[in-house]
Design a protein around this ligand. Structure first.
Ligand code: FAD
Ligand code: NAG
Ligand code: NAG
Ligand code: NAG
Ligand code: NAG
Ligand code: NAG
Length: 580
């Protein structure tokens, strides 16, 4: 009787906590008067908008909120609302959104031609609704190279942080990583900081202490409700141009609503009005191509009328490769995503994630950000991975011994991969993913940094800190690692002193940390102000403009960039009167 009663008590507590949080600010719809369904669209204001922003994601939300403080803004997002969606809102459901391949899912899976299963957001708030939440700023050299105004950068990050960023309650697995990193020589310890500094640190998170997620969509609350119009399930099909002048000029967009009905949203006649793409590193180049801006040869093949022949659109795509090792432990470890990070001078970043292995049902038994059911099939070489293989894994994972879930992962990702790829359209349906190639590890320096990262993980695994978690009288760390290999949750490098075998390990086990970027590079597709070259009244503001992914993880800088560009545009138009 006793355990049953205990279980019941826990269930009641859980229900009470759900009721409590659903009464919170987060769930009440009356706080979001600016959110409308796309089908409710009418031409208001009748003379069109000052700004039409395509993509209510990580950059689009802070940008729309900021511009709406002075001008009319229409924000068009193809996905739905994050509010009231438990798959989005709770840390423990991280792997559930990503495994959900239905059309309603906030995550849209894609597989690059490299064979690595990946994901892009499809929800208001974008990547911040499905990501691992880790919040950390770009390095000062990144800011310098971007040519950004450092004072405005230093005002824009805190604008985000005040609204949605928290300090984490450090999970045991993250404490172990932090201490292991320091013992392995990735020092000094820089404490809790958003700054990008060599050594080991704890970063911020968009999850609060109860594991409730805050997102870029929350930033819309600081916009001006009278100027801000947000349409959900509004999928932009293409940008509309006036081609009569000396240069093509963006005049609006064509979008479809949740019933498939098409609408035109137009800019007002003001000279400074603009269409701004914040559709993400896949979405922005895809929309430029669908709108006739891209390599003429490719556009001709699909019968897309050419507005501007630019070979560079969709070129220079990169994704930071991630490789990880599963460390089995004596006792189960609490679930954690990313909270601690080691920043090495070699340009490999070390992070950790732990899943949860005690639950009796398979959906709650998982490996955190390394869960095979979300596509992180690291024990299968990339070319053999398929969505079906991931599904099959999730069906059969209940047959795995519980010990296979007992432990955590240490991962490494390399900074600014030099390997480059490209993106092209498969067809003219905007709902379909474009064809993307990242060419992981094509550049030898990327491979060298992966090898360095794996050797660093090996050093951490052999620290006293990890010995406490793993070894006991009956098992050594080597025996435990061998068991995890037999259970097919791990592939471990054969000899860490043998560079060739480590290089092979890097190639065979490569997965993604979803930091893909590029496709609309500065100097090739946009200028330093992010204005699209060769046309008027069109910008791209998001991660597609980056040459490398900022910081150890990019979301802080992508959100900052949205705020930064919003303020910059307001100041340019209004000077001191901008008041921001
Ligand atoms: C699973 C996962 C985990 C991650 N973990 C972390 C982490 O812990 N820390 C971190 O810093 N970063 C993390 N990232 C990376 C980070 O979240 C992304 O780099 C960032 O969110 C990308 O921002 P974006 O503005 O470029 O694109 P997005 O945020 O994806 O925004 C693009 C938006 O445009 C919309 N859109 C696209 N096309 C159209 C169209 N035609 N019409 C209308 N709307 C359209 C999309 O639906 C989307 O909402 C993670 C990413 C993922 C996917
Ligand atoms: C959450 O994900 C599960 C599993 O894919 C799905 O069945 C459920 O409908 C989702 N819930 C919401 C609110 O989307
Ligand atoms: C901006 O912020 C960084 C990081 O917090 C700090 O190191 C730098 O001195 C600041 N620069 C200026 C000009 O305020
Ligand atoms: C996708 O890209 C790959 C690599 O560039 C190419 O070989 C393939 O033909 C492309 N597929 C389509 C449908 O465009
Ligand atoms: C682990 O497995 C390898 C290969 O199967 C074997 O050579 C090695 O002795 C094993 N190590 C331990 C500690 O069991
Ligand atoms: C690597 O180390 C193992 C055991 O520590 C040794 O047997 C092997 O010869 C070494 N390999 C190389 C390439 O040095």
């Amino acid at each position: 009787m006793a355990p049953k009663f205990g279980e019941l008590f826990l269930k009641i507590l859980l229900i009470l906590s759900i009721i409590k949080s659903s009464q919170g600010r987060e769930f009440s719809r009356k706080n979001y008067p600016y959110l409308k369904m796309a089908s409710s669209f009418s031409l208001s204001p009748p003379r069109g908008y000052d700004y039409i922003i395509v993509g209510g994601g990580t950059a689009g939300c802070p940008l729309a909120a900021t511009l709406s403080q002075k001008y009319s803004v229409l924000l068009l997002e193809r996905g739905g609302s994050p509010y009231g969606n438990v798959n989005v809102s709770y840390l423990q459901n991280f792997h559930i959104s990503l495994a959900d391949t239905s059309p309603q899912s906030p995550s849209q899976a894609f597989i690059s031609t490299d064979g690595v299963i990946n994901a892009r957001a499809r929800v208001l708030g974008g990547g911040t609704c499905i990501n691992a939440g880790f919040y950390t700023r770009a390095s000062s050299s990144f800011v310098k190279e971007a040519g950004w105004n450092i004072e405005l950068v230093n005002e824009s990050y805190p604008w985000i942080e005040r609204q949605i960023v928290h300090w984490p309650k450090l999970a045991p697995w993250q404490v172990a990583l932090k201490d292991g990193l320091l013992e392995a020589g990735v020092s000094p310890f820089n404490g809790y900081t958003y700054d990008h500094l060599y050594g080991t640190k704890v970063g911020g998170t968009i999850f609060n202490k109860n594991g409730f997620r805050h997102t870029a969509a929350d930033l819309l609350a600081s916009g001006s409700p009278k100027n801000l119009n947000v349409l959900l399930h509004a999928t932009v099909l293409r940008i509309l141009f006036n081609v009569r002048g000396s240069k093509p000029r963006a005049v609006g967009v064509l979008f479809k609503d949740e019933n498939g009905k098409q609408h035109r949203a137009i800019l007002n006649g003001r000279r400074q009005s603009e269409v701004i793409l914040s559709s993400g590193a896949l979405g922005s180049p895809q929309l430029l191509l669908l709108s006739g801006i891209g390599p003429k040869q490719d556009l001709d093949k699909l019968g897309i009328p050419v507005i501007l022949n630019n070979w560079h659109v969709g070129k220079g795509m990169s994704d930071n490769p991630m490789n990880s090792i599963f460390i089995p432990t004596k006792k189960p470890v609490e679930q954690s995503l990313i909270q601690s990070v080691g920043i090495t001078k070699m340009g490999s970043f070390i992070e950790a994630s732990s899943g949860f292995g005690q639950s009796s049902d398979s959906i709650h038994c998982h490996h955190g950000i390394m869960s095979a059911e979300i596509g992180q099939l690291s024990t299968t070489p990339p070319k053999l991975r398929t969505i079906e293989a991931a599904r099959k894994y999730s069906k059969t994972k209940n047959d795995l011994p519980r010990e296979a879930f007992q432990g955590g992962f240490i991962l490494e990702k390399i900074d600014g991969p030099l390997s480059r790829g490209h993106l092209n359209l498969v067809d003219t349906n905007v709902d379909n993913n474009p064809n993307v190639t990242f060419n992981y590890f094509n550049h030898p320096y990327d491979l060298q940094r992966c090898v360095y990262g794996i050797r660093t993980i090996e050093r951490i695994v052999h620290t006293k800190q990890f010995a406490k978690l793993t070894e006991d009288d009956s098992y050594s760390i080597e025996m435990l690692l061998n068991m995890s290999v037999k259970a097919n949750v791990n592939l471990i490098p054969k000899h860490t002193n043998d560079t060739a075998s480590l290089e092979q390990f890097c190639r065979d086990t490569v997965i993604t940390i979803w930091h893909y970027h590029g496709g609309c590079h500065i100097g090739q597709v946009v200028d330093k102000e992010y204005k699209v070259l060769g046309v008027d009244r069109l910008r791209v503001v998001d991660g597609s403009t980056y040459d490398s992914s900022p910081g150890t993880n990019p979301q802080a800088t992508v959100m900052m960039m949205g705020r930064y560009m919003g303020v910059k545009i307001l100041r340019k138009r209004l000077g001191k009167r901008a008041g921001v």
